[in-house]
Design a protein around this ligand. Structure first.
Ligand code: THU
Length: 145
């Protein structure tokens, strides 16, 4: 199910609110995200950086992990906000994580100017790893035991 204009506006509002909590001491780049579950529930997140740089987590994954840890695994859409004048798109790691749960979800990109652009995860991440192959592999391994 796609999100209505009203739901998109609500998601953007939640992402902007979460952006205020961004911990971006190193990049000073504040990002917010908000996912909407299939049932219409919203979970938000911000980027959280670390002095050991590689431990940084993006806003998108924070939002998804909050939702998954609350038992929600099916998402309709995600909105992403930042202070950038252009549209920022999710990094490769976030695309992979989003795809694990909802490969066809809608992605609402925003610019600080207030503009928005709607796309889908299957456009941004068209060839995710074939999970069916993975499960075939693990059942082969288990049958040897
Ligand atoms: N960042 C996000 O949170 N989401 C994105 O889509 C792009 C990048 C964060 C990670 C890091 O804290 C900062 O922005 C600079 O890359």
């Amino acid at each position: 199910m796609r999100t209505s204009h009203k739901e998109q506006a609500l998601l953007i509002q939640h992402a902007r609110q979460a952006q205020r909590s961004a911990y971006a001491s190193y990049s000073n780049f504040h990002v917010g995200a908000a996912v909407m579950t299939d049932e219409g529930e919203i979970f938000d997140g911000c980027n959280i950086e670390n002095s050991s740089y590689s431990l940084t987590i993006c806003a998108e994954r924070t939002a998804v992990f909050k939702a998954v840890s609350a038992g929600k695994k099916k998402f309709r859409s995600i909105a992403i906000t930042s202070d950038d004048q252009g549209f920022i798109t999710p990094c490769g790691a976030c695309r992979q994580v989003l795809s694990e749960f909802s490969p066809h979800m809608e992605i609402i990109l925003t610019a600080a100017s207030g503009k928005k652009k709607i796309t889908t995860l299957d456009k941004l991440f068209p060839t995710p790893p074939d999970l069916k192959k993975l499960s075939r592999h693990s059942s082969k391994k288990n049958s040897k035991k």
